[in-house]
Write a protein of this length. Structure first.
Length: 520
């Protein structure tokens, strides 16, 4: 195969910029360039894949551009480049049909294309200045999309809340970039990562880890800054799909990109474990009480982003990157198909679980799920060695198995068909095998690019134990949901959960949004 030039990867964002220009040239209804815009989005997948080919041929490369800017092509950036190009092409194609005949359709496609170009520029940034510019640009362009229906009071409120949260995150990232430059006397990201990997840990770099974590928390809607993400449903569905499948992952990408720097500060990682774990549990519980499809999906994203931050806190960066890819593909499909969800539910003659498990069935299911996981862990260690899996990875696997055990519990219900018991047991075994296989694949693929998890200390062991117990209790609550959700004693709890424990109301009051008159 002839050698592919590295610069070909720069064509992907350029195509989205060209698509944006076409949209802004005809900002009105049914622009003649709508088909060409969607075609440029699809065409962007080709240079993204070619960038991967160039990476395979030449290895990680930083491509110098004019004015001191550069592009970084490694497995992290190329993986996300292909993901963003693919999801962006699908969303643009969907937007062309979804908004057909809508006022300012061309402007919408333009802002959507420009946002995608900014996201690609973010993941391929080779220096701190370019990273900060792309980080801020993604938020500003998204703001235009959130206000596409600017006459709606809900859209105004959500966009303003997002604007405030984003500016705090921007300030944190700018501060972290300045500290990293002070610590290592360079803005080149590859040089900074190499120095951190060698153990060079100046004091400004340690302070920078806290600001990097803060920027990621605000960008990825972690508790208590999550409110805006659950209120942006006034924007068109393609915006929700792009936001939940792409932009919301920027916080996780930031942590993964600076993984070597974060390892210099175990306390920062511990804070990420606590914040991410709590957000995952909180979002998962609130999601159960949401009646609307898109709102439930939004709370699901809050929980998933919390779990991704939790993985980064455990220093399982390859798995966090795998989580980003899987969640993006799932959530893009979920939002783009959300319009048919009501019809699908209405077509089901008997909604809800096939069988309602009692407490005994739940206990048997969880014991069986953990036994399957333990057997798989022993087999994995026997094949690949006792040190093949870190304690953090083992704990994460146990949490994942507990998370799917509530489905397993239906097979142990007294009224469940016998075939269901075998099917759910098979699901549990398949989920466990899939976890081990994906984890092994991710660690092998990103070895040398992302650091391995260090040996846990006393604090890390305590956090692992707390996480397993906490996620286990929430999994049991999910498994027994039909038994307690409609009990009179739980009625108040369901109301509080449905309102997100009123964190949003407190945030609105703090911002002063509650006192502003709403437009009809």
């Amino acid at each position: 195969m002839p050698e592919v030039p590295v610069w070909v990867g720069a064509l992907a964002p350029s195509l989205f910029v060209l698509a944006a220009l076409l949209g802004f040239l005809q900002p009105g209804k049914r622009p003649a360039t709508a088909g060409l815009i969607a075609g440029l989005g699809a065409l962007s997948i080709a240079p993204a894949i070619l960038a991967g080919v160039a990476l395979a041929q030449s290895g990680p490369t930083t491509l110098a551009l004019a004015s001191g800017f550069s592009l970084r092509f490694d497995l992290v950036s190329v993986t996300l480049l292909i993901l963003i190009a693919a999801v962006g092409a699908i969303v643009l194609r969907f937007s062309r049909t979804y908004l057909d005949g809508t006022e300012r359709q061309g402007a919408f496609l333009g802002w959507m294309s420009l946002t995608l170009a900014a996201v690609i520029s973010l993941v391929t940034a080779g220096n701190l200045v370019q990273l900060a510019i792309a980080w801020i640009a993604t938020s500003l362009f998204l703001h235009q999309l959130l206000l596409f229906f600017s006459e709606r009071a809900g859209a105004q409120r959500a966009a303003q809340k997002k604007f405030v949260v984003a500016r705090i995150g921007d300030a944190a990232l700018l501060g972290a970039a300045w500290l990293l430059h002070t610590a290592y006397q360079t803005t080149d990201i590859a040089t900074i990562l190499d120095a951190a990997r060698a153990g060079n840990a100046p004091a400004p770099a340690l302070w920078a880890t806290g600001l990097i974590a803060l920027a990621a928390v605000f960008k990825s809607a972690q508790f208590p800054t999550h409110g805006w993400l659950t209120e942006v449903m006034e924007a068109p569905t393609p915006v929700s799909a792009m936001l939940h499948a792409g932009l919301i992952n920027a916080g996780g990408f930031l942590l993964i990109r600076f993984a070597d720097v974060l390892l210099l500060s175990p306390p920062t990682l511990a804070v990420l474990v606590f914040i991410g774990g709590f957000t995952a549990l909180f979002g998962g519980l609130v999601m159960l009480s949401q009646p609307a499809v898109k709102t439930s999906l939004a709370w699901s994203t809050v929980a998933q982003m919390g779990f991704m931050i939790f993985q980064c806190g455990l220093a399982l960066f390859p798995l966090a990157l795998l989580h980003i890819v899987a969640h993006s593909l799932y959530k893009a499909h979920a939002f783009l198909s959300s319009g048919t969800a009501v019809e699908q539910v209405a077509a089901i003659r008997r909604p809800g679980p096939v069988a309602t498990p009692g407490w005994g069935a739940v206990v048997r299911a969880f014991v069986m799920a953990l036994a399957i996981y333990a057997a798989m862990s022993i087999g994995y260690s026997a094949i690949f060695g006792a040190d093949a899996k870190s304690p953090q990875a083992l704990a994460l696997g146990a949490i994942l198995v507990l998370g799917v055990a509530y489905l397993f519990a239906q097979g142990f219900a007294d009224t469940a068909p016998k075939a269901l018991t075998a099917i759910t047991a098979g699901y549990a075994a398949a989920a466990t095998i899939a976890y081990f296989a994906l984890q092994a694949g991710a660690q092998a693929l990103y070895a040398g690019v992302l650091p391995a998890a260090p040996a846990p200390g006393p604090l890390e062991w305590a956090l692992l134990a707390l996480a397993i117990v906490s996620f286990g209790l929430v999994a049991i609550a999910q498994a027994t949901f039909p038994n307690w959700a409609y009990h009179p004693a739980a009625a108040g709890l369901r109301v509080h959960l449905a309102n997100g424990l009123y964190v949003n109301a407190l945030t609105d009051r703090w911002l002063g949004l509650w006192s502003k008159p709403r437009r009809a």
